[in-house]
Each structure stands twice: as structure tokens, then as C-alpha cells.
Write a protein that binds this ligand. Structure first.
Ligand code: ADP
Length: 187
């Protein structure tokens, strides 16, 4: 089963992704986590991605599509993946489609997490002080929310047109939201 978690920064994709991964045994792949590890390890990918991430901008599609190709082609991904934080642009979504089509697979579910903006900002500022993520500075937070609206939100219509989209109310307790997710994907 191929599941995409779509939603603004702070909407709870990572938290819910980990729960779905544990329930299904499918790997959760987060491009954000992979990029942060690459930056930390100062790999060529990390060096290319670093300043985009710090500014709250998307890492360019040419770079990300190579990374997506790499992760979707691993044996671990053969039976399904929980995709957290990608695709984030229409070009990335088309690349995911192409890669899955090569193995006669397709996206089964796309979940969008709906959370009011004030709550998103509150969560992201809280995370900044807990985890010290450099892109959780107030200016970068505003930028990331704007980038989400401009570049990623169009994917909602893209997947709605295909009938695979479910909107999940992203407020409430983690358990309540997890129940909504489980109902949406039928696990
Ligand atoms: P969040 O969704 O909370 O912003 P992520 O960990 O998903 O956090 O992403 C952090 C940053 O990593 C993004 O702001 C962006 O710079 C970069 N990034 C992650 N995934 C992608 C992607 N699929 N395409 C482009 N940039 C990405």
C-alpha cells in the first residue's frame, strides 16, 4: 500500500506516519529526515540542500526527484511506503507516479491533515525550542507555510481528481487523529 501524507509543516504528518508505519509494517520515508541526516553528515546532497532548508525553501526538484527515485527503488519499498513530506510539488508527484507505474503500482491513499494556521505556528515554535531545528525560526516558519500554500497545496486537487484523497481533521489528541487515519486507509 502506497500512502502519501500531505499537509502543512506542523500538521502532524511525522507523528501519524510513525503510527501507520508501526500498524502496517510498511516503511515510513521522510525526505525531510533524509535531508537533515545528509546535512548533518555533510554529504554532497546535504551541501546542496542546506541553505534551501535553512531558509524554509523547497530543495529544487532535480535534487529531490533523484532522492525519491533512490528511496522508492530500494527493496524495502517494494510492498508499499508511507511517504512523509513528499511529493511536495506537481513535478515530484508526476515522478512518483512514473516510478510506481514501472512496478505496476499506484498511490492508494493521500491524506491531508487540516489544522488551523495559528495552531500550526504554535506547534512549530514549540518544536523549535524542543528540537532546535534551524528552520523552525519564526521567519522560516512563515516562509514554509507560504511555500506549502503555493507549491504543495495544488497537489490536493491533483489527488482529489483521482479519487484517492481523504481530508483528516488534524486537531485533537494523537490517538483520536490516529483513529481517523486508520479508518481512512482501512487498517
Ligand atoms: P516540515 O514539513 O515540518 O516543514 P520536513 O522535515 O518535511 O518538515 O521538511 C523540512 C525541509 O526539508 C523543507 O522545508 C524543505 O526545505 C526540505 N524538504 C523536505 N522534503 C522535501 C521535498 N519533497 N521537496 C523539497 N524540499 C523538501
Amino acid at each position: 500500500m502506497y500512502i502519501i501524507l500531505l499537509g502543512p509543516p506542523g500538521s502532524g504528518k511525522g507523528t501519524q506516519g510513525a503510527i501507520v508505519a508501526a500498524r502496517t509494517g510498511l516503511p515510513r520515508i521522510s525526505t525531510g529526515d533524509l535531508l537533515r541526516a545528509a546535512v548533518r553528515d555533510e554529504t554532497p546532497l546535504g551541501r546542496q540542500a542546506k541553505h534551501f532548508m535553512e531558509q524554509g525553501l523547497l530543495v529544487p526538484d532535480e535534487i529531490i526527484i533523484g532522492l525519491i527515485q533512490e528511496v522508492l527503488n530500494t527493496p524495502d519499498a517494494a510492498n508499499g511506503v508511507i511517504m512523509d513530506g513528499f511529493p511536495r510539488t506537481v513535478a515530484q508527484a508526476e515522478a512518483v507516479d512514473r516510478l510506481l507505474a514501472e512496478r505496476n503500482a499506484a498511490i492508494d491513499h493521500v491524506l491531508t491533515f487540516e489544522v488551523p494556521k495559528e495552531e500550526l505556528v504554535r506547534r512549530l515554535l514549540g518544536r523549535a525550542s524542543d528540537e532546535r531545528r534551524s528552520d523552525d525560526a519564526p521567519e522560516a516558519i512563515e516562509r514554509r507555510l507560504e511555500v506549502y500554500r503555493n507549491e504543495t497545496e495544488p497537489l490536493i486537487a491533483f489527488y482529489r481528481d483521482r479519487g484517492v484523497l481523504t481530508a483528516i481533521q488534524g486537531t485533537g489528541s494523537i490517538d483520536t487523529i490516529a483513529m481517523r487515519v486508520e479508518e481512512a486507509v482501512g487498517i
